[in-house]
Design a protein around this ligand. Structure first.
Ligand SMILES: Cc1ncc(COP(=O)(O)O)c(C=O)c1O
Length: 396
């Protein structure tokens, strides 16, 4: 924690910007000049909300006064979802509806930890984990997770932390890699956390988007974990700003006090629509089929561009690829690639301040036609890059 020199007051934390937002700004500026841009910089489905969700929103718009509201029907439906998807019984009151996973993360951290507390997380990892912890004057303890660990936390790495952290954020499937923690490893992580008194926050925002086996919820192993989720990804409702935090009963009173003061309730319209979205499985599975195709296409095509060191994307909709043979500056690399090809990707520095200058992340939550177009533009562009190191040395 930083103290300003003139007093003992704690100065606001300095946190890094989310660089992909800058890339997106540049992408939109280029579009405004008439350039064609393929947006692969944000993890955002291009599909919009399910048809039934939009129909429901139209139907309630004239009828509902849209006051402060947390839908009991939506909480009950989410509880049914946990029973069906994970075999876990959860009381509906334990769901706190939020404006997406972002406030759920803030709420989980602020209500669980104190300034100065140490919270472990994987590096690479989602940019907001590190920065939200810092904003709250908590201490991110980044565990470097390389290729051997499939870029994921392991029980062994958590057990080796000395002293034990106060908490851990786990994310499976993860952003930026899409890797999933296997069930036995998740059980082992829970065991280590139980033995060492480490509180678990599990970000399950990419559940529903898996291409190998379905991701398991931490609640199958640890009923007292806090779980974050959202309608932004699988449900394709980013701009509706709706998510949830699922808390153990013992934490409910405090979390409710926090949400009542910090955020009140999420938009009523979104809650009505989300209830319908939960039953739009056929349409949503159609999106997953597109992502599956896109993933396969990219996994086949990117190595031909020289991108051979790719994290295995078990889920989510990302490819995190090393460009260490081409650059030491992933941010400039992404800007140049965007300016010269019109393909926008996120720089690895957002996810990993140490190694991320050697990585870029493509989101494949776009139509397959756009993936093909991106590959057509990138193929000649990558062919003209000058090697600064051997790709095989990096891939090995
Ligand atoms: C891992 C992860 N958690 C949380 C979020 C925030 O999502 P939301 O739109 O629900 O706030 C994102 C967004 O990309 C994410 O990738």
């Amino acid at each position: 924690m930083r103290h300003s020199p003139e007093s003992s007051r704690v100065a606001p934390a300095e946190i890094d910007p989310f660089q992909a937002i800058g890339i997106s700004g540049l992408a939109h500026a280029l579009e405004a000049q008439g350039r064609s841009v393929i947006h692969m910089e944000f993890g955002q489905p291009s599909t919009g909300a399910p048809r039934a969700a939009i129909a429901r929103a139209h139907a309630v718009l004239d009828a509902d006064p849209m006051g402060y509201w947390e839908s009991p029907a939506l909480r009950a439906r989410l509880a049914r979802h946990y029973l069906e998807a994970y075999g876990v019984a959860v009381e509906p009151e334990r769901f706190i509806l939020t404006c997406g996973a972002s406030p759920a993360l803030l709420l989980a951290l602020a209500s669980s930890f104190s300034p100065g507390d140490r919270v472990a997380l994987a590096r690479p990892g989602y940019v907001a984990y590190r920065n939200t912890l810092k904003a709250l004057h908590m201490v991110p303890v980044e565990i470097p997770c390389g290729e051997a660990a499939r870029y994921q936390l392991t029980a062994q790495a958590l057990a080796a932390l000395d002293p034990a952290p106060d908490g851990v954020i786990i994310a499976s499937p993860a952003n930026p890699t899409g890797t999933i923690i296997a069930a036995d490893e998740l059980a082992a992580i829970v065991e280590v956390c139980r033995a060492r008194g480490v509180r678990i926050i599990s970000d399950e925002i990419y559940h529903g988007l898996s291409y190998v086996a379905p991701a398991r919820s931490v609640l199958e192993f640890e009923p007292s974990a806090l779980v974050i989720n959202s309608f932004s990804k699988y449900f394709s409702m980013v701009g509706w700003r709706l998510g949830w935090l699922l808390v153990p009963r013992a934490h409910l009173r405090r979390a409710r006090a926090y949400v009542g003061n910090l955020f009140l309730t999420p938009p009523s319209l979104s809650q009505h629509a989300a209830l319908a979205a939960l039953d739009a499985q056929e349409e949503l599975q159609g999106h997953v089929a597109v992502y599956r195709r896109n993933r396969e296409r990219l996994l086949t095509a990117l190595p031909a561009l020289g991108l051979t060191a790719i994290a295995p994307p078990d889920g989510a909709f990302y490819i995190y690829a090393s460009v260490a043979h081409l650059t030491n500056d992933s941010l400039t690399f992404c800007k140049t690639m965007l300016e010269e090809t019109g393909v926008a990707a996120a720089p690895g520095v957002d996810f990993d301040p140490v190694e991320g200058h050697h990585f870029i992340r493509f989101s494949f939550a776009v139509g397959t036609d756009l993936v093909e177009e991106a590959l057509a533009r990138l193929t000649p562009w990558f062919a003209k890059r000058t090697l600064i190191a051997s790709p095989s040395a990096i891939a090995g």
